[in-house]
Design a protein around this ligand. Structure first.
Ligand SMILES: [Zn+2]
Length: 255
């Protein structure tokens, strides 16, 4: 079986220095990055990949427990929360059965609270690391984003390797560590098309082509290994989408 379609939902534009997203490249130039998540419509259920940025956090970073984000907020243009955008497409958050999270950074895990009915699929290593990151990695993990996952009301399925959600090969999460230790990507089989939702394996197509990770990546060497994994899939005909490249993401927005 194949999935019927992928709906891209862009929760914000976030402008940052290009060289932060793609190291040592276009230093001093802005990247107006998309902050998307993706809804996969499959005959057996709706799967959401990532949850975007929390608009509650953007409105009041200090109240959200993330005062260090205050300095970044000027560069954020919210585009409607994940729940609002789902409703715009005619879906309610309650209809989403499963949320697969690529990793738990601020721009991917900000909408978790909107899906108390869903099962969350996260790599074990990412959960552990998000709660106890090394060095400056804590800047990107906001505990308020993912603390609900510890509540007994939320169901979490921890995974360690490849995870075939429907058991038919149509929606398969696979490990792509490097950006973070527990980062994963998603392969989606549509009728006549394979799409790799690679999240932050690279920030932009240029980053992927040149094998240049974000400057704050957890492991440069593992980032490059994961980029090569994804690039091999592209060589075999898959269409790869990385989260922060506006051109790639805008082509997949809407219904
Ligand atoms: Zn990230």
């Amino acid at each position: 079986m194949t999935a019927d379609r992928i709906h891209g939902l862009n929760t914000a534009y976030w402008t940052l220095d290009y060289s932060l997203a793609v190291q040592a490249t276009r230093i001093g130039e802005p990247l107006r990055a998309t902050v998307p998540c993706f809804l996969i419509d499959h005959p057996e259920g709706l799967v959401l990949f990532d949850t975007g940025l929390s608009h509650e956090m953007v409105d009041d970073p200090t109240g959200y427990g993330a005062p260090h984000i205050e300095g970044f907020v000027g560069g954020i243009e919210p585009q409607g929360s994940v729940a609002e955008q789902l409703e715009g497409l005619g879906f309610s958050p309650e209809e989403v059965d499963t949320v697969i999270l690529s990793h738990l950074h601020v721009d991917h895990a900000g909408g978790i609270d909107a899906f108390p009915e869903a099962t969350f699929v996260v790599r074990t290593e990412e959960l552990r690391y998000a709660w106890w990151p090394e060095s400056t990695q804590w800047l990107f993990y906001l505990q308020r984003d993912f603390e609900a996952l510890r509540s007994p009301e939320f169901e979490v399925r921890e995974v360690t390797g490849e995870y075939d959600h429907f058991g038919d090969g149509s929606v398969v999460a696979f490990p792509t560590p490097g950006h973070t230790p527990g980062h994963q990507s998603l392969r989606v089989e549509l009728e006549g098309e394979t799409v790799i939702l690679a999240s932050d394996v690279a920030s932009t197509q240029t980053g992927l082509d040149e094998e240049l990770p974000a400057s704050f990546a957890w492991s440069m060497s593992e980032s490059v290994t994961s980029m090569r994994t994804v690039k091999r899939m592209a060589e075999q005909g898959a269409d790869v989408v990385v989260n922060h490249d506006p051109e790639l993401v805008e082509a997949r927005l809407g219904s």
